[in-house]
Ligand binder design. Sequence first.
Ligand code: FAD
Length: 431
Amino acid sequence: MIRSVAVVGAGAAGLVTARELLRAGFEVTVFEEAHAPGGVWIYTPNVETDPLGQVGERIHSSLYASLHTNLPRDIMAFDDYPFDSSGGGHDDWPRFPEHTRVLEYLERFTRDFDLEPHIQFRARVTALEPTASGWRMRIAQADGEALREFDAVAVCSGHFAAPRVPQLDGADAFPGTQMHSHNYREPSAFRDRRVALLGTSASGLDLSREIAGVAARTYWCGELFDELPDAHRHEGRLSRLPAIDALRSDGRLVLRDGSTTEPIDDLVYCTGYHYRYPFIDSTLLTIDDNWVQPLYRDLLHIEHPTLALVGVPFRVLPFPLFEMQARWFARLLGGHFRLPPASAMHDHTAREIEALRAKGVKQRHFHQRTIDCFDYLDALADEAGVARAPAWRRQTAAALLAVLEKSRGNARNTPIPHFAPTVVPDDSIAR
Ligand code: FAD
């Protein structure tokens, strides 16, 4: 019989998980190490002392000052809390709003669902271990350490705070500066310099464009998209190059095609993040080349099925995915459906991994899905016996993917077909 549930983290995942658990009638305590809800959306101009983010004190947020969402707010929002005036937004906000708007949305979510009384701020979970009947947690707070026991735990601690920096040959002797996008806030330090960026995902896309606005030359290196996205074409001092294989002591980069660049002053790694759960012992959870195990449906600990890790899949629609995972976990804890035996859950995961390996997917991408993550969401909904995501989500995702394909990764300046009930500005809708 589950009564008390702890939630680690009060970012988007922790907030919606707390709401779903409260709705299902559980006693919920959220532990949040920051002073406020919002997680990654709490912007700070501060950066870590190690620009690569490998050692020293850590800063949670990876936001840069100019960041706008990379999803239209209609499809980004939780299912029953639109990003307009009927939920946590405004009707006239841009369809890809500034990061401050997302924080506002999450703050309003916290207020509207009366979550704050359930959250302990400035409370860092430092250890989590199973007991005969549930879980024991060690929590560090200003007034000392506390031990608390719970029947179940949802870990919602995020995975965009521990920078992944590939080991490039020659990195130690490279004379230029090296930093990770986690510690990038604005471009002024790059004025009139020769800058290279490695990585073609969301942060590489945004930072290459912003830095190209001030740098003498900008080289954007990586594997995806041979050509520059439309939004970057006006930047004459920006070139698209293959991935970097090595760094040389004269400052030049050796590229995947064997060519070399001119000497570079600054290298910015836009190479993503590691999963990191420092409060969970490695005998309980292993992270091997960014693959977290043993999980059923990328969510539930197979051997300890009262422990869920919400938000593990990436390149998805994060908020709706967190919401469905949270609903699934709340229904599981409430006894509304039965799990398959552990051996069948292991087999289920093994089959998924086999299929990924057969497609040549690298292990560090095993938790990667796409914006079109509805088969996954529907499987959770069906298993838990709750409503599937509304049809307009699939329609919007398909339209968005088509625009992303055409614009080579930047949909922000292109009107997109609109299917959601959310109110968005007229000029952002493709007719
Ligand atoms: P987080 O927001 O990271 O929250 C985790 C919380 O857990 C934090 O508050 C942290 O302080 C707390 N915590 C961690 N460890 C502990 C501990 N031991 N004890 C107590 N508390 C702890 N998503 C979108 O939908 N649209 C976008 O446009 C978008 N843009 C993004 C841009 C950037 C640069 C980044 C990094 C991410 C972006 N994302 C975007 C993804 C974003 O991370 C998710 O949308 C979502 O906000 C993540 O929520 P989360 O709750 O999983 O993690």
